[in-house]
Design a protein around this ligand. Structure first.
Ligand SMILES: Cc1ncc(COP(=O)(O)O)c(C=O)c1O
Length: 439
C-alpha cells in the first residue's frame, strides 16, 4: 500500500514544526532548525540522512505495516524529474530499523515548499490515498497486495452478485505473499532476525513457502521449508527455484507432522520460525490490506465474506476489518469435509491443499464466523474446473472450495440481492500436475 500525507495534515505538521502526527510522520518544517535536528539525529541515532527541503512524501508500505529502514538518502534521483528516491540501507536498518521503523522505499516529489521528511514512526499507518505513490518499487515485495477483483456473473445465480478476489495476482502467485512479507518484516522490525545470521524455517503446504522463499531470496536469508507429504510437484519445484531447502515430512494429510518438525528445528539458536499459525502478523496483514482492499473495491457494499481456513489468517484479518465496517456482514468459512475440524469432526486426509490443517489454528478468531461450510474434495475440484471453463478464470483447489461454499450461500432465498465476496487464494496452474485436477 502506498500512502501520502494529505495536504491538511502536512500543513498542520508544518505549522507545528517537528511533530509526530496521527499518520505517524515525524516531519520538520524547513528553515533554521534543519541543521540542528539533522545533527541530533546523527548523534543519537547515527542516521545518515539527507532529505531535501521542498518535499512532499509518499511511502511504500509493503504488507500494510510499515517496514524497517535505516538510512534516508536523496542522492541522485532527486535531480531527475524533480523526484527523490529514498531507499533502504542494510546496516542502518539493522541498527536502527526497530527504533525508527522506517519504510523501505520513498518517493518524494518536490512540489511542496514547506515540508520535508525526516522519519516515519514504527508501526504507523499512513492515510490511504495512493496519490504520488512510487511508480517503480525497488523490491518485488512492494508489489504484494492490491489484487484485482472480478464479478463472476456466469457462475452466480440470478439476482446475487458474487465477486472473486484474485490473489494469484500477487508476485509469488498467492494470498500468502501478504503474510510472507509481513511476518519477515515484523521480525526484522523487532530486531529478531538478520540476514547472514538467521535461518528461517516454516511448515507450509506450499504457498506460504513460496511467499517466504521470494522474500528470503530478496533479503538474503537462508530458508528451510518442511512440507507435508503429497503436495504438488509444482510447489516443491518453485520453492527450490527460489533457493529454499525443501524437506518433505510424512503426514496423514494435514500439517501436524510438518509443524512439529519445524518447531524442533527452531529450538536451535539463530533459527527463526515465523509460525504462520500463531503469528499475529498473519491476520494483521489481512486486517491492513485484504480487508480494506475488498471494502474499497466493492464501494463499501459487501454482505457476505467467504474464505477457506488454512491458518485462519485471511478470514480473521479481513473479516475483522470488514465486520468493523459493516456489523451486519455475514462471515462464512469453508473447510474440507474430510477434515472438518472446525465443525467438531476428526482430522483426516483430503485433497484441498492450503485449507484443513487438521487442528484449530491459534490465529483463527472463531467468534467471527457465522457459518462453517464443509466442502468435499469433488465439489472443490469440480467448481475450480467449472470456474476455468465458465468464467475463464483458472483457480486452485481451495478457490474451488471457497467458491462452492459461496455459491451455496448465494443460492439461498435470503441471499436475493446480496453481494458476496470470495477470496480466491491461488491459480489452478499450480495444480496442473495433479491427475485428478487437469483432465
Ligand atoms: C491455496 C490456499 N488456500 C487457502 C489458504 C488459507 O488461507 P489462510 O491460511 O489465511 O486461512 C491457503 C493457506 O495456506 C492456501 O495456500
Amino acid at each position: 500500500m502506498h500512502s501520502v500525507l494529505d495536504r491538511r495534515q502536512r500543513r498542520r505538521v508544518a505549522d507545528e514544526g517537528v511533530d509526530r502526527p496521527a499518520g505517524g510522520f515525524l516531519k520538520e518544517r524547513t528553515g533554521e532548525r534543519d541543521d540542528g535536528l539533522r545533527l541530533v539525529l546523527l548523534l543519537i541515532l547515527g542516521i545518515d540522512y539527507a532529505v531535501q527541503p521542498m518535499c512532499d512524501v509518499g511511502y511504500e508500505q509493503g504488507e500494510g505495516a510499515l517496514t524497517p529502514l535505516g538510512a534516508v538518502s536523496d542522492r541522485g534521483d532527486q535531480r531527475r524529474g524533480g523526484r527523490c528516491l529514498v531507499r533502504d540501507d542494510q546496516n542502518s536498518r539493522r541498527r536502527h530499523g526497530a527504533l525508527l521503523g522506517l519504510s523501505r522505499t520513498l518517493i518524494v516529489p518536490r512540489d511542496d515548499p514547506h515540508d520535508k521528511l525526516i522519519a516515519l514512526g514504527a508501526g504507523d499507518v499512513a492515510p490511504y490515498p495512493r496519490l504520488r505513490m512510487s511508480r517503480i518499487p525497488i523490491n518485488v515485495s512492494a508489489l504484494v497486495g492490491r489484487t484485482p477483483i472480478v464479478q463472476l456473473t456466469r457462475l452466480a445465480p440470478d439476482g446475487v452478485a458474487v465477486f472473486g478476489k484474485i490473489e494469484a495476482s500477487n508476485p509469488g502467485g498467492s494470498v500468502k505473499d501478504r503474510i510472507g512479507v509481513a511476518m519477515i518484516e515484523a521480525a526484522e522490525a523487532e530486531g529478531q532476525i538478520e540476514p547472514g545470521r538467521t535461518t528461517i524455517v516454516e511448515a507450509t503446504s506450499g504457498n506460504t513457502g513460496i511467499a517466504l522463499a521470494f522474500v528470503c531470496a530478496a533479503k538474503g536469508y537462508e530458508l528451510v521449508l518442511k512440507l507435508p507429504q503429497g503436495m504438488s510437484r509444482e510447489r516443491e519445484g518453485l520453492l527450490r527455484l527460489f533457493g529454499a531447502r525443501v524437506e518433505v515430512v510424512e503426514s496423514l494429510g494435514g500439517m501436524n507432522e510438518a509443524v512439529s518438525a519445524a518447531r524442533a528445528m527452531a529450538e536451535d539458536r539463530d533459527v527463526f520460525l515465523p509460525d504462520q499459525f500463531s503469528n499475529p502478523a498473519n491476520p494483521e496483514a489481512h486486517r491492513r490490506t485484504t480487508g480494506p482492499e475488498l471494502w474499497e473495491q466493492l464501494d463499501g457494499r459487501i454482505d457476505v465474506l467467504v474464505a477457506g481456513v488454512g491458518t485462519g489468517g485471511t478470514i480473521t484479518g479481513a473479516g475483522e476489518y470488514l465486520r468493523h465496517k459493516n456489523e451486519k456482514l455475514k462471515i462464512v468459512a469453508c473447510e474440507p469435509q474430510g477434515s472438518a475440524v472446525l465443525g467438531g469432526r476428526a482430522p483426516g486426509p483430503h485433497r484441498i491443499q492450503g485449507i484443513g490443517a487438521g487442528f484449530v489454528p491459534p490465529v483463527l478468531n472463531r467468534d467471527l464466523l457465522d457459518e462453517i461450510i464443509p466442502v468435499s474434495d469433488e465439489a472443490a475440484i469440480q467448481t475450480a474446473q467449472l470456474c476455468a471453463r465458465r468464467e475463464g478464470l483458472l483457480v486452485g483447489l481451495s478457490c474451488g472450495a471457497a467458491l462452492w461454499a459461496a455459491l451455496q450461500v448465494a443460492q439461498r432465498p435470503e441471499s436475493a440481492g446480496a453481494r458476496v465476496a470470495v477470496v480466491l487464494p491461488d491459480s489452478g496452474e499450480r495444480y496442473v500436475s495433479l491427475p485428478f485436477f487437469a483432465p
